[in-house]
Design a protein around this ligand. Structure first.
Ligand SMILES: Cc1ncc(COP(=O)(O)O)c(C=O)c1O
Length: 412
């Protein structure tokens, strides 16, 4: 399956190819000083020539025709360049950039969910998102129902009169479960509630949830969009009206990014299609290798026929991504031994950059829970999440092989 063969049901406008848009989308042809690259506008505030200028600015704002920025929390040209590019890549009217992925999630939910309202979310997801929805929002009087990923009857049954939002993630962290975004969006529309999907693991290369009818797409830009393990960022993209509401939330909550990070993010986006294409290919090769390996118990990767949502992924995604999760044959300690035996991936909790990173979720993310509590939420002690970087897949496979063989030979 290629980018070209993916269907975009709600998008009828002819457009440039994805790689072309990664390089040019949202950029003005002519830039300040005839510079080829958009400048970093490193300023916290913007000035007026005189009081007439202030009045002209206020009048334009009142009429809704203003384009000038007054203060750094309300906008920045470098940040806007990043927002325009992400919006075009996601087929959105617009996008808002945030200081981190969690800033994007929390600002969106705090803005959209009044006290007394309710949201429904799917279970396998980034731990902090679940904590925010269940615990933090709960303290503010927003109720949350968690339903099993893939159970659309349960999702629909959980909707109440006060439900405002359905929240999901795809592919999920760490089990790479795949949401049927079309069905998810259809339920939300029919029941008159908004839908939001965190598509950090998919990236707009592999899937654009808005094309399938979802209202808002969220990204941790820290991962594939930035793509170099050197910045934190987040995005929400969607329709003009919803973004206007969210922008008011950002103006108050202040979860804005730094112009330096926006510049780095735009630079990273130029190679998004190339990088994710490589990571898709590596992901498939590594997943197939691991599935054949006698020291591996089970592999979780949407590109494998054994994956519970392989058919949905094949229908709705242009590629299956660069994260492969798997269970090593053995226990907590043999899995630790395996991680220590790896020579290329670093033990580090992120994904989407040039360096391959690996974690044992029981150790890295859920260390504070007992083994029984971890099992209850489906986190096995022998689970490994491998986020492939841009190294040669043959080198990564050789490294995985030697580490697995050593784990077995050392009786771990
Ligand atoms: C799916 C997903 N969403 C959101 C986040 C949070 O992003 P950030 O670390 O940029 O705040 C993460 C972080 O790992 C993630 O994996």
């Amino acid at each position: 399956m290629t980018e070209e063969t993916l269907t975009h049901p709600l998008t009828a406008i002819p457009e440039k190819g994805f790689s072309t848009r990664c390089v040019h989308a949202g950029a003005a042809r002519s830039k300040p000083y005839h510079a080829l690259i958009e400048p970093i506008v490193q300023t916290s505030t913007f000035m007026f020539d005189d009081t007439d200028d202030v009045i002209a600015y206020q009048e334009a704002r009142k009429k809704g025709t203003g384009t000038r920025i007054e203060y750094g929390r309300y906008g920045n040209p470098t940040v806007e360049a990043a927002e325009r590019r992400v919006a075009e890549l996601e087929h959105a009217d617009g996008a808002i950039m945030f200081s981190s992925g969690m800033a994007a999630v929390t600002t969106a939910l705090l803005t959209l969910l009044p006290g007394g309202s309710h949201l429904v979310m799917t279970d396998d997801c980034y731990r902090r998102t679940r904590q925010f929805c269940r615990e933090f929002l709960g303290r503010l009087g927003v109720a949350c129902t968690v339903v099993p990923m893939g159970d659309y009857a349960a999702l629909e049954a959980a909707i109440r009169p006060e439900t405002r939002l359905l929240v999901s993630e795809t592919p999920t962290n760490p089990y790479l479960r795949v949401l049927d975004v079309e069905q998810f969006a259809e339920i939300a529309r029919r029941r008159g509630v908004l839908s939001l999907v965190d598509a950090t693991f998919a990236t707009p290369v592999n899937q654009r949830p808005l094309d399938w009818g979802v209202d808002l797409v969220v990204h941790s830009g820290t991962k594939y969009l930035g793509g170099h393990n050197d910045l934190l960022a987040g995005f929400v993209a969607g329709s003009r009206d919803l973004l206007a509401t969210l922008r008011e939330g950002v103006n108050i909550l202040g979860s804005v990014p730094d112009p330096q990070n926006a510049f780095l993010l735009v630079r990273g986006l130029k190679t998004l299609a190339l990088r994710v294409g490589h990571q898709n290919r590596s992901g498939q090769l590594v997943a197939e290798f691991l599935e054949r390996h006698p020291a591996v118990e089970r592999v979780w990767y949407p590109g494998l026929a054994s994956h519970p949502e392989h058919q949905v992924a094949a229908r709705q995604m242009a590629g299956f991504g660069g994260v492969v999760s798997f269970n090593v044959k053995g226990d907590f300690d043999s899995t630790r031994f395996f991680l220590d035996a790896l020579q290329i991936p670093y033990i580090s909790p992120s994904l989407g950059g040039p360096e391959s990173l690996v974690v044992q979720p029981a150790l890295n993310t859920y260390y504070d829970l007992s083994a029984a509590q971890r099992r209850e939420i489906g986190i096995e002690d022998n689970l490994v999440r491998l986020a492939l970087g841009l190294e040669d897949p043959a080198d990564l496979i050789a490294d995985l092989d030697q580490a697995l063989v050593r784990t077995v030979l050392c009786g771990q």
